[in-house]
Design a protein around this ligand. Sequence first.
Ligand code: HEC
Ligand code: HEC
Length: 303
Amino acid sequence: MSEAPHGAPIKTPAQLIAAVIAGFAVPIVIIVLLAVYVDNSTRTGAGTDSLSEAEVVSRIHPLAQVEIRDANAPRVYKSGEEVYKAVCSACHASGAAGAPKFTNTADWAPRIAQGFDTLWHTALSGKGAMPPRGGTSPDDYSDFEIARAVVYMANNSGANFPEPAQPAAGAPAASGAAAASGAAAAAGASAASAAQQAAAAVAALASVPQTAAPAAGGAQSADASQAGKALYQSVCQACHAAGVLNAPKFGDKEAWASRLKDPMDTIYNYALHGKGAMPPKGGSNASDADVKAAVDYMVGAVK
Ligand code: HEC
Ligand code: HEC
């Protein structure tokens, strides 16, 4: 009877040592591999950024969003060039849809001949394929910024319009807006931000020459103080009632005190010929006498 040789596979001391070492090493290797495997499961998408916080947030962010702006933040006006590049260039760079092409003087000459006011008005209200304000909302681009874009385009295409007479972006506008917002808050008009007021004032100014003429003309024959009051109400209060653009507020003795140190003739001159953000005659075409009367009316309120 033959039997298969019966015995342990380990025959020599060297094999024993190898078996003992393998007995320890193999489980350790398995444990290490398992640990790597478990850890690996958190690396789905390895090699891409698809699980980075920013990517995840952008995938799960709500569709509708409310943009909160600080109503008291000083408004920084964009330059004509910025507005042009962001908005108007879409059509005016290439002349798409029959738009007068940027720097093409032949396209622009007949339009420039209409004068800045007409062009500005057209840019605001639209014309043919030109959408009102280039398709933007007044919250994003104020009338003043659109005016700057018109001037920028026209001046690069053969015109020589002056920059719109409003505060440039920067220190005076910023401090003006901040001060105006303070005044507005004090007056309880918390909802209206300085920027909105400024935009409204600029908008009001656009219609001033038309409305002011009859008001001033009709008032001329009347008593001077009446004429002054009428002009104030039709023109000057656009800025001076709430202190828009840092205008000295009607009835605010403190705001006027330092200005009233000047002789009246100087103050009349500022009102007639402008000063800083204050346009000549407040942007109207009232007679010198009426503007002086309006100054008297305003000064009278703080005496
Ligand atoms: C969607 C295309 C488009 C955009 C965007 C656009 N425009 Fe125009 N624009 C036109 C077209 C088209 C005309 C020619 C309209 C016509 O004469 O019928 C035009 C004409 C004008 C004119 C001349 C108006 C006149 O009286 O002849 C001015 C000024 C103007 N655009 C200003 C602007 C400004 C400023 C912006 C940016 C805020 C702007 N446009 C953005 C298409 C555009
Ligand atoms: C677009 C806004 C605006 C309108 C409209 C406006 N003003 Fe002003 N006004 C100002 C601002 C801003 C100042 C402050 C200017 C400065 O000190 O740099 C000012 C200052 C003045 C001053 C003080 C000048 C001084 O420092 O002594 C007088 C006077 C004045 N305005 C009169 C008028 C009269 C009169 C009208 C109407 C015919 C008028 N303003 C319309 C913005 C306006």
